[in-house]
Design a protein around this ligand. Structure first.
Ligand code: ADP
Ligand code: MG
Length: 213
């Protein structure tokens, strides 16, 4: 469950002030699959970062029940000098898993990422698509209650995207709540129950996917 009340986020730099989110309120139940849509700069990433706890809001309130696993902008939570394997353990530690618990998950993650021997190479040698594969494989294999995916999938190849969509279906059946940013009306219509349409930091609409699309 995610409950957001009058959430406002204002970024202040020396010369400008940007209201990235302006009194956003919404409620998402467990097991819902929600897409966040809207043009660049409308506040999608800011909202996801606040839900994940990477950013704190300027005003308003957010309540979350369940363990959140997030795939934000590429690079967040990874050390690029470390190998893929080492980064899997690093991420596990940040999610609160012991080494032994990650040992049990390692095969599943490596298999899902499917990047061959690159898994033993430093992450800085990866293409953005390979990186997306690794980051996604980690995010879905730590049994989250809430999975958050920013635009990361758009850098992946079509085969990997399809594999991710299948995985979303499986997670959805298991009652995982998914919040996902996408510009792809077709897959949103197909997969999501509701769509949050943001416009200049305000909620333009939040309703049934077929209708909003
Ligand atoms: P989206 O993900 O929908 O493209 P963002 O949430 O990244 O949009 O950004 C919303 C607005 O907030 C934009 O106008 C952006 O320039 C501004 N913004 C985002 N992050 C920062 C930051 N760290 N400092 C200043 N302004 C920011
Ligand atoms: Mg964004």
């Amino acid at each position: 469950m995610i409950k957001i009340i009058n959430l406002t986020k204002i970024f202040r730099t020396e010369s400008v002030q940007t209201t990235a989110l302006n009194e956003v309120s919404l409620e998402i139940s467990q097991g819902e699959f929600v897409a966040i849509m809207g043009p660049s700069g409308c506040g999608k990433s800011t909202l996801l970062k606040i839900v994940t706890g990477v950013l704190s809001p300027t005003a308003g309130n957010i309540q979350i029940e369940g363990k959140v696993s997030a795939l934000l902008e590429l690079g967040a939570g990874f050390n690029e000098e470390y190998s893929g394997i080492e980064n899997i353990y690093l991420n596990g530690r940040m999610m609160g898993y012991s080494r032994k618990e990650m040992d049990e998950r390692l095969n599943g993650i490596v298999e899902f990422a499917d990047i061959g021997d690159f898994i033993n190479q430093p992450v800085k040698t990866y293409s953005s698509g390979m990186f997306a594969r690794l980051a996604f494989a980690v995010a879905i294999n730590v049994e989250p209650d809430i999975l958050i995916v920013d635009e990361a999938l758009s850098v992946g190849d079509i085969f990997f995207q399809n594999k991710c969509f299948k995985k979303f279906d499986e997670l959805k059946r298991n009652g995982v709540t998914i919040l996902f940013v996408s510009h792809d009306i077709g897959s949103v219509r197909q997969m999501c129950s509701r769509v949050l349409w943001l416009d200049h930091g305000t909620v333009r609409a939040f309703g049934e996917a077929a209708h909003i699309c």
